[in-house]
Design a protein around this ligand. Structure first.
Ligand code: UDP
Length: 310
């Protein structure tokens, strides 16, 4: 197959691209490198890279079987720093990517997010939960962009008969997250390796459920193989407090770091855990990599970057 992957130079996108290339497919990556890096792309005759913002009209020559729309900054640190590019990637970017799928008669996959549930009042979160998002909070740039992205994807499905998939991705970690990404796993691991203070925001009682990148890639591929067009949660339902994560990372790295407290970012969700019944029943998917195992691989990655050495 020939697939277009927007955001293919990013953390999730590049792992997916690697898997597609490994499986013998041809891939065209479109990425403006706002948070991705061309270092994430391995040179291959089946890989073409177009450096472009998806919020601008996109065109690709030749046949296209799939458009996988993953382009968007995804760290809460980015929500504050670059909210307008995020809103454009989720709105205009999704329309452009859907337009490409329509023109090429290609199938379409949207990378959506657990952030569509906001600060959830239902726990764990099922796909049927409509969410609890404050549309004027600093997080809204990402949350509302992705909610709009889902809405426009469903409109193209209903109105133009585009064959769509929507994956709601829960907290995911692993190699290739930027060291300055700002999300909790990359922050804690890089801080611990460098023996710098581990920064817990708030009192650390808020929870998240952490999924290793290879599990997410498997989930996306299974969703593509299915014919299910409604949103599907892909995440690891094993839930931890942020303080538990800090202690696990500190222990795994034999770190001398102290754990310090910083203010909780505005609108930070208090809890998050996916209900993955739909993925289990329809895709026959469930995550395989437990937190300690995935963290060990992530620690090795950051050590190989010489994080923390002078
Ligand atoms: N967090 C933290 N210290 C950090 C970075 C994040 O305590 O250095 C917390 C953050 O406040 C949130 C959780 O970890 O409660 C997960 O944050 P992340 O930015 O990874 O993603 P989110 O799930 O909020 O989108």
């Amino acid at each position: 197959m020939r697939l277009v992957v927007t955001g293919g130079a990013g953390f999730v996108g590049s792992h997916l691209v690697d898997k597609l290339i490994f499986s013998g497919h041809e891939v065209v990556v479109i990425d403006n490198l706002i948070t991705g890096s061309d270092r994430n792309l391995t040179l291959n005759k089946n890989l073409t890279f177009i450096e472009q913002n998806v919020a601008e009209y996109i065109d690709v020559e030749g046949k296209v079987d799939w458009v996988l729309h993953l382009a968007s900054p995804a760290s809460p640190a980015d929500f504050k720093r670059i909210p307008i590019p995020i809103l454009k990637a989720g709105s205009m970017g999704t329309i452009n990517a859907l337009g490409l799928a329509k023109a090429k008669k290609a199938k379409f996959l949207l990378a959506s997010t657990s952030e569509v549930y906001g600060d959830p009042q239902e726990h764990p979160q099922k796909e049927s939960y409509v969410g609890h998002v404050d549309c004027t909070s600093p997080r809204a740039a990402y949350d509302e962009a992705k909610r709009f992205a889902e809405a426009v994807t469903m409109a193209y499905y209903r109105f133009h008969n585009i064959d769509v998939r929507i994956v709601r991705i829960f907290n995911t970690y692993g190699p290739r997250m930027r060291t300055d990404d700002g999300r909790v796993v990359s922050n804690f691991v890089t801080q611990a390796i460098a023996n710098k203070p581990i920064t817990v925001y708030g009192d650390g009682t808020q929870t998240r459920s952490f999924q290793y990148i290879s599990d997410l890639v498997e989930g996306i591929l299974k969703l593509m193989e299915s014919s299910y067009h409604l949103p599907v949660n892909i995440g690891n339902p094993h839930e931890f407090t942020v303080m538990e994560l800090a202690k696990i990372v500190k222990r795994l790295t034999n770190s001398e770091s102290e754990i310090i407290f910083k203010p909780l970012p505005e609108a930070d969700p208090k809890c998050r855990r996916p209900d993955i019944s739909v993925a289990k029943n329809i895709l026959k998917w469930e995550p395989k990599v437990e937190l300690q195992e995935g963290l060990k691989k992530t620690v090795e990655y950051y050590k190989s970057l010489k994080v923390g050495s002078a």
